[in-house]
Design a protein around this ligand. Structure first.
Ligand SMILES: N[C@H](C=O)CCC(=O)O
Length: 428
Protein backbone atom coordinates (compact mmCIF):
# COMPACT_ATOMS: atom_id res chain seq x y z
CA UNK A 1 0.00 0.00 0.00
CA UNK A 2 1.39 3.43 -0.91
CA UNK A 3 1.72 6.17 1.70
CA UNK A 4 -1.02 8.12 -0.15
CA UNK A 5 -3.36 5.14 0.20
CA UNK A 6 -2.54 4.82 3.91
CA UNK A 7 -3.26 8.51 4.39
CA UNK A 8 -6.54 8.20 2.51
CA UNK A 9 -7.66 5.38 4.82
CA UNK A 10 -6.70 7.48 7.84
CA UNK A 11 -8.40 10.60 6.43
CA UNK A 12 -11.67 8.80 5.79
CA UNK A 13 -11.96 8.00 9.49
CA UNK A 14 -12.10 11.66 10.50
CA UNK A 15 -12.89 13.74 7.37
CA UNK A 16 -16.06 13.08 5.31
CA UNK A 17 -14.89 11.15 2.25
CA UNK A 18 -11.31 11.81 3.37
CA UNK A 19 -11.25 15.19 1.63
CA UNK A 20 -12.07 18.80 2.36
CA UNK A 21 -13.60 19.41 -1.06
CA UNK A 22 -15.45 16.63 -2.92
CA UNK A 23 -13.79 16.83 -6.34
CA UNK A 24 -10.44 15.90 -4.75
CA UNK A 25 -11.74 12.44 -3.87
CA UNK A 26 -11.29 10.93 -7.36
CA UNK A 27 -15.02 9.98 -7.44
CA UNK A 28 -15.07 11.10 -11.06
CA UNK A 29 -12.28 8.73 -12.09
CA UNK A 30 -12.13 5.99 -9.46
CA UNK A 31 -9.15 4.97 -7.35
CA UNK A 32 -7.48 6.57 -4.39
CA UNK A 33 -6.59 10.27 -4.43
CA UNK A 34 -2.95 11.29 -4.40
CA UNK A 35 -1.80 13.08 -1.24
CA UNK A 36 0.72 15.82 -1.90
CA UNK A 37 3.64 16.93 0.19
CA UNK A 38 5.10 19.86 -1.74
CA UNK A 39 5.10 21.83 -4.96
CA UNK A 40 7.81 23.73 -6.82
CA UNK A 41 7.31 25.49 -10.14
CA UNK A 42 5.31 23.27 -12.52
CA UNK A 43 5.71 20.21 -10.29
CA UNK A 44 3.93 18.69 -7.32
CA UNK A 45 5.41 15.83 -5.30
CA UNK A 46 3.28 13.21 -3.59
CA UNK A 47 3.76 11.61 -0.19
CA UNK A 48 5.56 8.69 -1.85
CA UNK A 49 8.10 11.04 -3.44
CA UNK A 50 6.73 10.79 -7.01
CA UNK A 51 6.93 13.95 -9.14
CA UNK A 52 4.00 15.08 -11.31
CA UNK A 53 3.70 17.87 -13.85
CA UNK A 54 0.74 19.73 -12.40
CA UNK A 55 -2.12 20.99 -14.59
CA UNK A 56 -4.48 21.77 -11.73
CA UNK A 57 -2.44 24.48 -10.04
CA UNK A 58 -4.68 24.35 -6.96
CA UNK A 59 -7.65 24.79 -9.36
CA UNK A 60 -6.28 27.99 -10.84
CA UNK A 61 -4.46 30.25 -8.38
CA UNK A 62 -0.90 29.05 -9.07
CA UNK A 63 -0.48 30.93 -12.35
CA UNK A 64 3.22 31.47 -11.62
CA UNK A 65 3.70 27.86 -10.53
CA UNK A 66 4.18 26.57 -7.00
CA UNK A 67 6.31 28.31 -4.38
CA UNK A 68 7.26 31.23 -6.63
CA UNK A 69 10.17 33.02 -4.88
CA UNK A 70 8.57 36.50 -5.12
CA UNK A 71 5.26 35.30 -3.70
CA UNK A 72 6.98 33.46 -0.86
CA UNK A 73 9.18 36.42 -0.04
CA UNK A 74 6.20 38.83 0.00
CA UNK A 75 4.48 36.42 2.37
CA UNK A 76 7.53 36.06 4.64
CA UNK A 77 7.97 39.83 4.85
CA UNK A 78 4.33 40.37 5.77
CA UNK A 79 4.32 37.50 8.27
CA UNK A 80 6.70 39.36 10.53
CA UNK A 81 4.15 42.16 11.02
CA UNK A 82 1.43 39.90 12.44
CA UNK A 83 -1.29 37.80 10.88
CA UNK A 84 -4.60 39.61 11.05
CA UNK A 85 -6.04 42.66 12.71
CA UNK A 86 -9.72 42.65 11.82
CA UNK A 87 -9.15 46.33 11.02
CA UNK A 88 -8.28 48.32 7.89
CA UNK A 89 -4.75 48.09 6.47
CA UNK A 90 -2.92 49.91 3.67
CA UNK A 91 -2.25 46.72 1.74
CA UNK A 92 -6.01 46.22 1.21
CA UNK A 93 -6.11 49.58 -0.57
CA UNK A 94 -3.15 48.53 -2.75
CA UNK A 95 -5.05 45.40 -3.73
CA UNK A 96 -8.27 47.32 -4.43
CA UNK A 97 -6.43 49.95 -6.48
CA UNK A 98 -4.63 47.30 -8.53
CA UNK A 99 -7.84 45.36 -9.25
CA UNK A 100 -9.71 48.56 -10.21
CA UNK A 101 -6.88 49.63 -12.50
CA UNK A 102 -6.69 46.26 -14.29
CA UNK A 103 -10.46 45.72 -14.60
CA UNK A 104 -12.08 48.96 -15.76
CA UNK A 105 -15.61 47.67 -15.01
CA UNK A 106 -14.70 47.71 -11.30
CA UNK A 107 -15.01 51.11 -9.62
CA UNK A 108 -15.05 49.67 -6.10
CA UNK A 109 -14.21 46.25 -4.74
CA UNK A 110 -14.68 44.38 -1.48
CA UNK A 111 -12.40 41.54 -0.40
CA UNK A 112 -13.84 38.29 0.99
CA UNK A 113 -12.32 34.89 1.73
CA UNK A 114 -13.45 32.58 -1.10
CA UNK A 115 -15.07 32.51 -4.50
CA UNK A 116 -18.28 31.23 -2.92
CA UNK A 117 -18.44 34.26 -0.65
CA UNK A 118 -17.77 36.52 -3.61
CA UNK A 119 -20.64 35.22 -5.77
CA UNK A 120 -23.02 34.84 -2.80
CA UNK A 121 -22.36 38.43 -1.74
CA UNK A 122 -22.65 39.76 -5.30
CA UNK A 123 -26.07 38.10 -5.62
CA UNK A 124 -27.26 39.55 -2.31
CA UNK A 125 -26.06 42.97 -3.40
CA UNK A 126 -27.83 42.65 -6.76
CA UNK A 127 -31.04 41.67 -4.96
CA UNK A 128 -30.71 44.55 -2.50
CA UNK A 129 -29.96 46.99 -5.31
CA UNK A 130 -32.84 45.96 -7.56
CA UNK A 131 -35.38 44.97 -4.88
CA UNK A 132 -35.99 41.73 -6.82
CA UNK A 133 -35.49 38.09 -5.76
CA UNK A 134 -35.10 36.00 -8.90
CA UNK A 135 -31.78 35.25 -10.53
CA UNK A 136 -30.79 33.49 -13.74
CA UNK A 137 -27.88 31.09 -13.85
CA UNK A 138 -26.76 28.61 -16.49
CA UNK A 139 -26.83 24.83 -16.39
CA UNK A 140 -23.36 23.41 -15.69
CA UNK A 141 -21.98 26.73 -14.46
CA UNK A 142 -20.73 26.56 -10.90
CA UNK A 143 -20.54 29.62 -8.70
CA UNK A 144 -19.48 28.05 -5.41
CA UNK A 145 -21.70 26.26 -2.96
CA UNK A 146 -24.13 28.94 -1.73
CA UNK A 147 -27.75 27.69 -1.63
CA UNK A 148 -29.26 29.67 -4.47
CA UNK A 149 -26.35 28.76 -6.76
CA UNK A 150 -26.39 24.99 -6.22
CA UNK A 151 -29.10 24.56 -8.81
CA UNK A 152 -28.06 22.53 -11.87
CA UNK A 153 -24.49 23.29 -10.86
CA UNK A 154 -21.27 22.11 -12.46
CA UNK A 155 -17.87 21.12 -10.98
CA UNK A 156 -17.86 18.63 -8.09
CA UNK A 157 -21.67 18.75 -7.88
CA UNK A 158 -21.87 17.51 -11.47
CA UNK A 159 -19.03 15.01 -10.97
CA UNK A 160 -20.88 13.48 -8.01
CA UNK A 161 -24.23 13.61 -9.83
CA UNK A 162 -25.84 16.05 -7.38
CA UNK A 163 -26.19 19.25 -9.42
CA UNK A 164 -29.23 20.08 -7.24
CA UNK A 165 -27.88 19.38 -3.77
CA UNK A 166 -30.13 18.07 -1.01
CA UNK A 167 -30.16 20.65 1.79
CA UNK A 168 -31.05 23.54 -0.49
CA UNK A 169 -34.60 24.57 0.51
CA UNK A 170 -37.10 24.51 -2.35
CA UNK A 171 -38.15 27.97 -1.21
CA UNK A 172 -34.65 29.20 -1.98
CA UNK A 173 -34.13 27.24 -5.21
CA UNK A 174 -37.41 28.54 -6.64
CA UNK A 175 -35.82 31.95 -7.06
CA UNK A 176 -33.14 30.52 -9.36
CA UNK A 177 -34.07 30.14 -13.04
CA UNK A 178 -31.65 27.90 -14.89
CA UNK A 179 -31.05 28.29 -18.61
CA UNK A 180 -28.79 26.59 -21.12
CA UNK A 181 -25.32 28.14 -21.42
CA UNK A 182 -24.74 29.55 -24.92
CA UNK A 183 -28.45 29.42 -25.78
CA UNK A 184 -29.03 33.05 -26.72
CA UNK A 185 -32.65 32.53 -27.86
CA UNK A 186 -33.55 30.99 -24.51
CA UNK A 187 -32.12 34.01 -22.65
CA UNK A 188 -34.10 36.42 -24.81
CA UNK A 189 -37.31 34.41 -24.28
CA UNK A 190 -36.81 34.09 -20.50
CA UNK A 191 -36.07 37.78 -20.10
CA UNK A 192 -39.12 38.69 -22.21
CA UNK A 193 -41.20 36.66 -19.74
CA UNK A 194 -39.55 37.38 -16.36
CA UNK A 195 -37.12 40.23 -17.09
CA UNK A 196 -38.65 42.76 -14.73
CA UNK A 197 -38.47 40.26 -11.81
CA UNK A 198 -34.85 39.34 -12.38
CA UNK A 199 -32.30 40.78 -9.95
CA UNK A 200 -29.27 39.37 -11.74
CA UNK A 201 -27.93 37.11 -14.42
CA UNK A 202 -24.82 35.36 -13.16
CA UNK A 203 -22.54 33.62 -15.64
CA UNK A 204 -19.05 32.22 -15.94
CA UNK A 205 -18.08 34.11 -19.11
CA UNK A 206 -16.07 31.01 -19.99
CA UNK A 207 -17.69 27.97 -18.41
CA UNK A 208 -14.80 26.36 -16.56
CA UNK A 209 -16.78 24.06 -14.28
CA UNK A 210 -18.19 21.80 -16.97
CA UNK A 211 -14.77 21.34 -18.56
CA UNK A 212 -13.88 24.41 -20.70
CA UNK A 213 -16.57 26.00 -22.87
CA UNK A 214 -16.16 29.39 -24.51
CA UNK A 215 -19.14 31.64 -25.16
CA UNK A 216 -20.50 31.52 -28.72
CA UNK A 217 -20.57 34.78 -30.68
CA UNK A 218 -23.21 37.12 -29.34
CA UNK A 219 -24.02 35.18 -26.14
CA UNK A 220 -22.34 37.51 -23.63
CA UNK A 221 -23.43 40.55 -25.65
CA UNK A 222 -27.05 39.39 -25.41
CA UNK A 223 -26.72 38.98 -21.63
CA UNK A 224 -25.43 42.55 -21.48
CA UNK A 225 -28.28 43.87 -23.61
CA UNK A 226 -31.13 42.11 -21.78
CA UNK A 227 -29.77 43.10 -18.37
CA UNK A 228 -29.52 46.72 -19.43
CA UNK A 229 -33.00 46.62 -20.95
CA UNK A 230 -34.66 45.12 -17.85
CA UNK A 231 -32.57 46.82 -15.14
CA UNK A 232 -31.06 43.52 -14.00
CA UNK A 233 -27.48 43.27 -12.77
CA UNK A 234 -25.05 41.34 -14.98
CA UNK A 235 -22.61 39.43 -12.78
CA UNK A 236 -19.54 37.82 -14.33
CA UNK A 237 -18.16 35.06 -12.17
CA UNK A 238 -14.48 35.47 -12.99
CA UNK A 239 -13.26 33.53 -9.98
CA UNK A 240 -11.60 31.18 -12.44
CA UNK A 241 -11.05 33.37 -15.51
CA UNK A 242 -10.05 36.61 -13.74
CA UNK A 243 -6.34 37.31 -14.39
CA UNK A 244 -6.20 33.80 -15.88
CA UNK A 245 -7.36 34.09 -19.51
CA UNK A 246 -6.22 37.71 -20.00
CA UNK A 247 -4.92 40.54 -17.80
CA UNK A 248 -8.38 42.06 -17.59
CA UNK A 249 -10.12 38.68 -17.38
CA UNK A 250 -12.69 37.23 -19.78
CA UNK A 251 -14.51 40.58 -19.83
CA UNK A 252 -11.45 42.11 -21.51
CA UNK A 253 -10.97 39.12 -23.79
CA UNK A 254 -14.56 39.35 -25.13
CA UNK A 255 -15.05 43.10 -24.72
CA UNK A 256 -18.18 42.91 -22.52
CA UNK A 257 -18.63 45.06 -19.42
CA UNK A 258 -20.48 43.41 -16.53
CA UNK A 259 -22.05 45.37 -13.67
CA UNK A 260 -20.44 43.23 -10.98
CA UNK A 261 -17.54 40.79 -11.09
CA UNK A 262 -16.67 37.99 -8.66
CA UNK A 263 -12.98 37.18 -8.28
CA UNK A 264 -10.86 34.69 -6.35
CA UNK A 265 -8.08 32.17 -7.01
CA UNK A 266 -5.26 34.14 -8.79
CA UNK A 267 -5.83 37.27 -6.68
CA UNK A 268 -4.82 35.28 -3.57
CA UNK A 269 -1.75 33.64 -5.06
CA UNK A 270 -2.64 30.40 -3.23
CA UNK A 271 -4.08 31.78 0.01
CA UNK A 272 -7.86 31.78 0.63
CA UNK A 273 -9.32 34.88 -0.95
CA UNK A 274 -12.21 36.24 -2.97
CA UNK A 275 -13.50 39.64 -4.03
CA UNK A 276 -16.50 41.20 -5.67
CA UNK A 277 -16.66 44.59 -7.26
CA UNK A 278 -18.18 46.70 -9.97
CA UNK A 279 -20.26 49.80 -10.60
CA UNK A 280 -19.94 52.46 -7.92
CA UNK A 281 -23.71 53.03 -7.67
CA UNK A 282 -24.27 49.33 -7.00
CA UNK A 283 -21.30 48.86 -4.65
CA UNK A 284 -22.47 51.91 -2.69
CA UNK A 285 -25.44 49.84 -1.51
CA UNK A 286 -23.10 47.78 0.68
CA UNK A 287 -22.83 48.28 4.42
CA UNK A 288 -21.55 50.46 6.03
CA UNK A 289 -22.48 53.08 3.42
CA UNK A 290 -25.58 51.24 2.22
CA UNK A 291 -28.17 48.84 3.61
CA UNK A 292 -26.98 45.51 2.14
CA UNK A 293 -25.10 43.66 4.84
CA UNK A 294 -21.91 41.72 4.15
CA UNK A 295 -18.95 41.14 6.47
CA UNK A 296 -15.93 38.95 7.29
CA UNK A 297 -13.49 38.72 10.22
CA UNK A 298 -10.53 37.75 8.04
CA UNK A 299 -11.56 39.62 4.87
CA UNK A 300 -8.64 41.48 3.28
CA UNK A 301 -6.18 39.84 5.66
CA UNK A 302 -2.63 41.07 5.07
CA UNK A 303 -1.09 37.70 4.21
CA UNK A 304 -3.55 36.93 1.43
CA UNK A 305 -3.18 40.51 0.15
CA UNK A 306 0.62 40.27 0.11
CA UNK A 307 0.59 36.93 -1.67
CA UNK A 308 -2.05 38.05 -4.17
CA UNK A 309 -0.33 41.35 -4.96
CA UNK A 310 2.98 39.58 -5.60
CA UNK A 311 1.15 37.17 -7.90
CA UNK A 312 -0.80 39.78 -9.86
CA UNK A 313 2.17 42.12 -10.33
CA UNK A 314 3.91 39.46 -12.41
CA UNK A 315 0.95 39.20 -14.74
CA UNK A 316 1.30 42.71 -16.06
CA UNK A 317 4.57 41.82 -17.85
CA UNK A 318 4.37 42.23 -21.63
CA UNK A 319 3.46 39.03 -23.43
CA UNK A 320 2.62 37.09 -20.26
CA UNK A 321 -0.75 35.82 -21.47
CA UNK A 322 0.39 35.31 -25.05
CA UNK A 323 3.11 32.95 -23.79
CA UNK A 324 0.66 31.09 -21.57
CA UNK A 325 -1.74 30.70 -24.47
CA UNK A 326 1.05 29.45 -26.75
CA UNK A 327 1.79 26.79 -24.14
CA UNK A 328 -1.87 25.74 -24.01
CA UNK A 329 -2.01 25.66 -27.79
CA UNK A 330 1.05 23.41 -28.06
CA UNK A 331 -0.32 21.14 -25.35
CA UNK A 332 -3.79 20.83 -26.85
CA UNK A 333 -2.46 20.43 -30.41
CA UNK A 334 -0.24 17.65 -29.10
CA UNK A 335 -3.17 15.87 -27.42
CA UNK A 336 -5.30 16.28 -30.56
CA UNK A 337 -2.57 14.95 -32.86
CA UNK A 338 -2.12 11.90 -30.61
CA UNK A 339 -5.89 11.26 -30.59
CA UNK A 340 -6.06 11.67 -34.38
CA UNK A 341 -3.21 9.19 -34.87
CA UNK A 342 -5.25 6.52 -33.08
CA UNK A 343 -8.54 7.59 -34.65
CA UNK A 344 -10.02 8.62 -31.31
CA UNK A 345 -12.92 11.08 -31.35
CA UNK A 346 -11.55 14.03 -29.40
CA UNK A 347 -11.79 17.81 -29.21
CA UNK A 348 -9.85 20.53 -27.40
CA UNK A 349 -10.07 24.23 -26.63
CA UNK A 350 -8.00 26.81 -24.75
CA UNK A 351 -7.70 30.50 -23.94
CA UNK A 352 -4.93 32.27 -22.00
CA UNK A 353 -3.80 29.85 -19.31
CA UNK A 354 -6.87 27.57 -19.36
CA UNK A 355 -7.67 24.55 -21.49
CA UNK A 356 -10.09 21.67 -21.82
CA UNK A 357 -10.57 18.47 -23.83
CA UNK A 358 -13.40 16.04 -24.49
CA UNK A 359 -13.64 12.45 -25.66
CA UNK A 360 -16.41 11.60 -28.14
CA UNK A 361 -18.22 14.88 -28.07
CA UNK A 362 -19.57 17.44 -30.49
CA UNK A 363 -16.93 19.70 -32.07
CA UNK A 364 -16.71 22.32 -30.78
CA UNK A 365 -18.58 21.61 -27.53
CA UNK A 366 -20.77 24.61 -26.74
CA UNK A 367 -23.69 23.23 -24.69
CA UNK A 368 -24.12 21.39 -21.39
CA UNK A 369 -26.13 18.67 -23.17
CA UNK A 370 -23.04 17.93 -25.29
CA UNK A 371 -20.74 18.01 -22.28
CA UNK A 372 -22.65 15.24 -20.50
CA UNK A 373 -22.51 13.07 -23.61
CA UNK A 374 -18.72 12.87 -23.49
CA UNK A 375 -17.15 9.46 -23.02
CA UNK A 376 -16.50 9.08 -19.29
CA UNK A 377 -14.94 5.57 -19.40
CA UNK A 378 -12.40 6.81 -21.96
CA UNK A 379 -11.63 9.88 -19.89
CA UNK A 380 -11.04 7.70 -16.80
CA UNK A 381 -8.58 5.46 -18.67
CA UNK A 382 -6.79 8.47 -20.10
CA UNK A 383 -6.61 10.16 -16.70
CA UNK A 384 -5.09 7.11 -14.99
CA UNK A 385 -2.59 6.50 -17.76
CA UNK A 386 -1.48 10.15 -17.50
CA UNK A 387 -1.29 9.90 -13.71
CA UNK A 388 0.90 6.80 -13.99
CA UNK A 389 3.15 8.78 -16.34
CA UNK A 390 3.47 11.56 -13.77
CA UNK A 391 0.97 14.01 -15.25
CA UNK A 392 -1.57 15.43 -12.79
CA UNK A 393 -4.78 16.42 -14.60
CA UNK A 394 -8.12 17.29 -13.00
CA UNK A 395 -9.72 14.04 -11.74
CA UNK A 396 -13.02 14.82 -13.44
CA UNK A 397 -14.07 15.33 -17.06
CA UNK A 398 -16.08 18.37 -15.90
CA UNK A 399 -13.12 20.49 -14.86
CA UNK A 400 -10.78 22.78 -16.82
CA UNK A 401 -7.00 22.49 -16.93
CA UNK A 402 -4.57 25.23 -15.89
CA UNK A 403 -1.13 26.06 -17.21
CA UNK A 404 1.39 28.22 -15.33
CA UNK A 405 4.29 30.35 -16.47
CA UNK A 406 6.55 27.79 -14.75
CA UNK A 407 5.67 25.06 -17.28
CA UNK A 408 8.62 24.78 -19.67
CA UNK A 409 8.58 23.59 -23.27
CA UNK A 410 10.19 20.38 -22.00
CA UNK A 411 7.33 19.87 -19.49
CA UNK A 412 4.80 20.30 -22.27
CA UNK A 413 6.71 17.89 -24.53
CA UNK A 414 6.86 15.33 -21.71
CA UNK A 415 3.09 15.70 -21.23
CA UNK A 416 2.40 15.24 -24.94
CA UNK A 417 4.55 12.10 -24.97
CA UNK A 418 2.48 10.76 -22.05
CA UNK A 419 -0.72 11.61 -23.93
CA UNK A 420 0.57 9.68 -26.96
CA UNK A 421 1.06 6.62 -24.75
CA UNK A 422 -2.37 7.09 -23.14
CA UNK A 423 -4.14 7.44 -26.50
CA UNK A 424 -2.35 4.33 -27.78
CA UNK A 425 -3.63 2.36 -24.76
CA UNK A 426 -7.18 3.65 -25.42
CA UNK A 427 -6.98 2.49 -29.02
CA UNK A 428 -5.57 -0.95 -28.14
N1 LIG B 1 -14.16 23.64 -9.96
C1 LIG B 1 -13.91 23.81 -8.56
C2 LIG B 1 -13.43 25.18 -8.33
O1 LIG B 1 -12.87 25.82 -9.12
C3 LIG B 1 -12.92 22.81 -8.12
C4 LIG B 1 -12.37 23.05 -6.75
C5 LIG B 1 -13.19 22.43 -5.67
O2 LIG B 1 -14.40 22.46 -5.70
O3 LIG B 1 -12.57 21.93 -4.74
Amino acid sequence: MSHSEELFERAQRCIPGGVNSPVRAFNGVGGSPVFFKKGKGAYVYDEDGKRYIDYIGSWGPMILGHAHPDVLSALRDKLEDGLSFGAPTEIEIEMAELICSLMPSIDMVRMVNSGTEATMSAIRLARGFTGRDKIIKFEGCYHGHADSLLVKAGSGALTLGVPNSPGVPADVAKHTITLEYNNTEQVIAAMAEYGDDIAAIIVEPIAGNMNFIQPVDGFLQTLREVCTKHGAVLIFDEVMTGFRVAKGGAQAAYGITPDLTALGKVIGGGLPVGAFGGRRDIMSHLAPIGPVYQAGTLSGNPLAMACGLANIRHLTADGFYEKLEQGCQTLMNGFQAAADRYDIDFSTDYRGGMFGFFFNAAKPVTRYSEVVQSDLPRFKKFFHSMLDSGIYLAPSCYEAGFLSSAHSDADIEETIAAAEKAMQSLAG
